[in-house]
Design a protein. Structure first.
Length: 487
């Protein structure tokens, strides 16, 4: 019965809006490829009512004149913003950071094809509007669900852009590539489609960017697990990374874009933003400097002695991986409003703890370095290697092979040392010798875990430096910091 009622309402709503296209001869003259089938859809019913959302946007734009519209499918629909309906908003923080200072309409419709977007524009969703930028991210359902070829998807998108240029000639169009997915068989199609989409830009009215590169792993076209909730839709971390990439593009093409930053705080970690000379990014090993619990976790005196003189801020968060750091840069704006001389990074041990390979972890660390360089081009980066560890009895995947994890971490350090050997903006420092005995074995006395951490009734293996371990580490870092601060 529900389906009968919906079908009737759906047909009624189509009847109400259909004349827009019929009465517009100019739109009828636009050539549409034979592969394009402009029509409404109800594939995601009852998650939301496509016809009702369409009418809501038509009504909204009679009064509300957005600066930006973001057109897409469920990936956009799930992100955030207005109008709100039954769909969850999984990236709300990222959306607010990206667009919080602007008037924006979220024109994402769950399960839309390019064809359905074409129909929506025909029917007047942008009538009477002149957004400065139309952001277009559509096509994954054409490829993943309808199994269109790369050429078909690109041709349909080309027709859609032609329509947008006709209906909104004063708007710039930011065309975004199709995001990576989990299905390996779709990766080549996504890659090929994006190559074709890139050729649609004229760099005057139409601009192309491929933010999916920031979401994919080692294999082109395959999304990283931490960036997705189901292989297609994004996790909050994925939205944060995507939002940061979109903010960079909007800053480039629209001088009036003010988004992509948090509100300026009066202090960060107790330091006025303009005074920060050193920002320390990391996981629990960095975050631990907030603790003052002698004898094993008496870290605050070490921070005050070795870091506080540089007006340092502690940006460490327990449990962080490389992707979570990227998410915090994109969601929380941890590098906003500061201009440090040095950014110190120690990250990666949780990546391998969670099961990431050597290659995946190296690429993750490289992504963090690249993002920091993008946000803080004036800063020198002090990249610290992963500390040696032996995480038996911990509740992570790698606890099943602690010797292998330590070997992997040291291989990562060796790889990073080679990668950044001649980099003038990045100094790599391997601290393993601080924590190893002369025979090469781990000096467990420099870690607090075996003394105070009990997991399932067993002592945890050495992972976090003790007070003495942190002091020795700070002493090894100090001369490098001194030199970099004088540059």
């Amino acid at each position: 019965m529900k389906n009968i009622v919906f079908t009737s309402l759906f047909a009624l709503s189509i009847t109400l809006v259909a004349p827009v296209h019929a009465n517009n001869p100019a739109l009828n003259k636009l050539r549409e490829p034979t592969t394009l089938k402009p029509e409404p859809q109800k594939r995601d019913y009852p998650s939301y009512d496509w016809a009702v959302r369409h009418q809501t946007i038509l009504d909204r734009h009679k009064q509300f004149k957005p600066e930006y519209v973001y057109i897409g499918d469920s990936i956009v629909h799930h992100w955030g913003g207005e109008p709100v309906d039954g769909f969850s908003q999984d990236g709300k923080l990222s959306w607010n950071r990206l667009f919080g200072q602007h008037k924006v309409t979220n024109m994402g419709f769950g399960f839309d094809y390019v064809d359905n977007v074409y129909y929506r524009i025909q029917q007047g969703e942008l009538a009477g509007c002149s957004p400065r930028v139309i952001i277009l991210m559509i096509g994954t359902n054409n490829i993943g669900h309808r199994k269109d070829s790369a050429r078909t998807c690109a041709n349909n998108t080309k027709a859609l852009i032609k329509l947008l240029r006709h209906t909104n000639p004063n708007s710039k169009i930011l065309l975004l590539g199709i995001l990576p997915r989990r299905e390996k068989q779709l990766a080549p199609v996504i890659t090929e489609t994006n190559k074709l989409l890139e050729h649609l830009q004229d760099k005057k009215h139409i601009f192309f960017a491929n933010p999916g590169l920031d979401l994919q792993g080692e294999t082109p076209g395959i999304i990283r697990p931490t960036c997705t909730i189901d292989g297609v839709h994004l996790s909050p971390t994925g939205y944060a990374i995507l939002g940061d990439a979109v903010a960079s593009q909007l800053s480039r093409i629209d001088p009036d874009f003010k988004g992509g930053k948090t509100a300026r705080p009066s202090t960060i970690d107790g330091v006025p933003p303009e005074q920060v000379q050193l920002a320390c990014i990391g996981d629990s090993i960095t975050d631990n400097y907030r603790k003052a619990k002698p004898p094993y976790e008496d870290f605050q005196p070490i921070w005050k002695e070795f870091y506080e003189p540089y007006k340092a801020i502690n940006l460490g968060v327990s449990g962080d991986s490389t992707d979570l750091v990227l998410g915090r840069i994109g969601n929380q704006g941890i590098l906003d409003h500061i201009s440090p001389k040095v950014v110190q990074i120690m990250i990666g041990t949780n990546d391998t703890s969670y099961g990431a390979t050597v290659e995946e972890t190296v690429h993750g660390i490289q992504r963090v370095v690249q993002k920091v360089q993008e946000k803080q081009p004036q800063a020198h980066i002090l990249l610290l290697g992963i500390l040696p560890n032996h995480i038996h009895n911990w509740h992570t995947k790698a606890a099943a092979y602690p010797d292998k994890k330590m070997a992997m971490d040291m291989e990562i350090n060796d790889t990073l040392a080679r990668l950044y050997k001649r980099d003038r903006q990045v100094t790599f420092l391997d601290l393993r010798q601080v924590f190893l005995k002369p025979d090469g074995s781990l000096n467990e006395a420099l870690f607090y875990d075996p003394q105070i951490v009990i997991i399932n009734g067993k002592k945890a293996g050495p992972l976090h430096p003790s007070s003495e371990g942190q002091r020795r580490m700070a002493e090894a870092i100090h001369p490098i910091l001194e030199r970099l601060m004088k540059k």
